[in-house]
Design a protein around this ligand. Structure first.
Ligand code: PHE
Length: 353
C-alpha cells in the first residue's frame, strides 16, 4: 500500500518541536534507517519502471523537503539556545557600587594630609627619602659621629651588610635634610612626612612610627621665625586659637641652639584636654641647623643659615583624636578604623590660614 506523505503535515510537526531532541525524533521517524521515507524508498525496486520513476521523484522531493525543514529548524533552535545562555549569563554592570563607607581614611593619613595642607600654605614643599638609609645620612652627616652617645639615644635597627657604609632603618626623617641639602641649592623650604624605626615598644612607643621633618635654609633665617612658624602650625593643626605652649632648651647634635616645644594640657574626668592647663606635653624637637651639618652637606655656613624641626605624627594624632595607645594605629582592627577613621569625602581643609 502506497503511503501518503503530506508535506504540510510534516512541516507542521517540525514547526511544533521545541528542542533539538524532539526534532531528532521526527528526523528518525521519516529519514532514519526504519523511517517512513527510507522504507518507501526501499520498496521502490519492486515497482514497475514507470511507477519507480514517478514515485522516486516524489519521494526524493519529500526527502529533500524534510531535510531542508529540519536543517532550518535545527539552526533556529541552536541560535535560540545560545541567545538564552547569553541572556542568563549577562552581568548588569549598572549595579550600584558598594557603600563607600566600608573604607575609611586612617587617622595617620588624615594627620599627614592636614600637616601637608598647613605647611604648603606657608610655602613648604614635600620631600621624601628611603626608609633604609646609609649610616652616613642618618648619623654622620647630622653631626652624630661613630661612638657618639647620641647613637644610643635612638635605638637603631642596623642592617648587616658587607658594604663600607652600613645601612640602618632610618631612626628619624632628618636624613632627608641631608639628601635635600646635598642635591639642591638654597633657598630650601621642605617638610618630610615619613616612616621611621626604633627598637622600642610600649603604649607610647612603636617600633615603626611616623615623623614629619621641616627644614628651612636661606641667607637670613632666625630662631624667632622658626618659633612663629611652629606656633602657627600647632594652633592650626589642633584648631585652638589660644593654644598655650612653651619652648624648652634641649640638645640635638644637628641643631644649635636646640629646643623642644611643649603644649599645655589638663585632665578632665581622666581625659586629656590640650591647649590649656598646668601640665606640659612634649610635642616636637627643633633648632637652628648646626653649621657643621651645613658644611657636611656642602652648603657654605658663612652665607647660609637654617632651622629645622621634627615631630611625631602618632603623638600629634593621639592628642588630636583622643587615641590612648600608639599600638592601636597599627593593629589593623576593622572596628577601630570604623570608629577612628575618616570618611573619604570629609574635607580636610578647614584651615583658616
Ligand atoms: N630628628 C629629631 C628626632 O627624631 C627631631 C629633630 C628634627 C630635632 C630636626 C631638631 C631638628 O628626635
Amino acid at each position: 500500500m502506497k503511503l501518503t506523505l503530506k508535506e504540510s503535515e510534516i512541516s507542521q510537526s517540525i514547526k511544533q518541536t521545541s528542542s533539538i531532541e524532539e526534532l531528532e525524533i521526527i528526523r528518525i521517524k521519516y529519514l532514519g534507517k526504519q523511517g517512513l521515507v527510507t522504507n518507501e524508498l526501499r520498496i521502490l525496486s519492486s515497482l514497475s519502471n514507470e511507477e519507480k520513476k514517478n514515485r522516486g521523484k516524489e519521494l526524493n522531493k519529500i526527502k529533500n523537503f524534510i531535510e531542508q525543514e529540519i536543517f532550518e529548524k535545527r539552526n533556529y533552535l541552536n541560535k535560540k539556545k545560545i541567545d538564552e545562555k547569553i541572556q542568563n549569563e549577562k552581568i548588569d554592570v549598572t549595579l550600584p557600587p558598594r557603600d563607600y563607607l566600608t573604607g575609611k581614611i586612617h587617622p595617620i593619613s588624615q594627620s599627614v594630609d592636614k600637616i601637608i595642607n598647613i605647611f604648603s600654605q606657608m610655602g613648604f614643599n614635600v620631600a621624601d627619602g628611603p626608609d633604609i638609609e646609609t649610616d652616613f645620612n642618618n648619623f654622620t652627616a647630622l653631626n652624630i659621629p661613630e661612638n657618639h652617645p647620641a647613637r644610643e639615644m635612638q635605638d637603631t635597627f642596623y642592617i648587616h651588610t658587607d658594604e663600607k657604609d652600613p645601612k640602618v632603618l632610618r631612626t628619624h626623617t632628618s636624613p632627608v635634610q641631608v639628601r635635600t641639602m646635598m642635591s639642591t641649592k638654597p633657598p630650601i623650604r621642605i617638610i618630610v612626612p615619613g616612616r621611621t624605626y626604633r627598637s622600642d615598644s610600649d603604649s607610647t612607643h612603636s617600633p615603626m612610627f611616623t615623623q614629619c621633618e621641616g627644614l628651612f635654609v636661606d641667607n637670613k633665617t632666625t630662631m624667632s621665625e622658626l618659633k612663629g612658624c611652629l606656633i602657627d602650625f600647632l594652633k592650626e593643626f589642633f584648631e585652638i586659637k589660644d593654644l598655650k605652649y612653651r619652648f624648652r632648651p634641649s640638645y640635638f647634635p644637628f641643631t644649635e641652639p636646640s629646643a623642644e616645644m611643649d603644649i599645655a594640657y589638663k585632665k578632665v574626668n581622666n581625659v586629656i584636654k590640650i591647649g590649656d592647663g598646668e601640665d606640659w606635653l612634649e610635642i616636637l624637637g627643633c633648632g637652628m641647623v648646626n653649621p657643621k651639618v651645613l658644611e657636611n652637606c656642602n652648603i657654605d655656613s658663612k652665607v647660609y643659615r637654617g632651622w629645622a624641626f621634627g615631630m611625631g605624627v602618632e603623638r600629634l594624632s593621639m592628642l588630636k583624636y583622643g587615641i590612648k595607645d600608639i599600638r592601636s594605629f597599627f593593629e589593623t582592627d576593622f572596628r577601630w578604623i570604623e570608629n577612628y577613621g575618616f570618611n573619604p569625602f570629609d574635607l580636610n581643609s578647614k584651615s583658616g590660614i
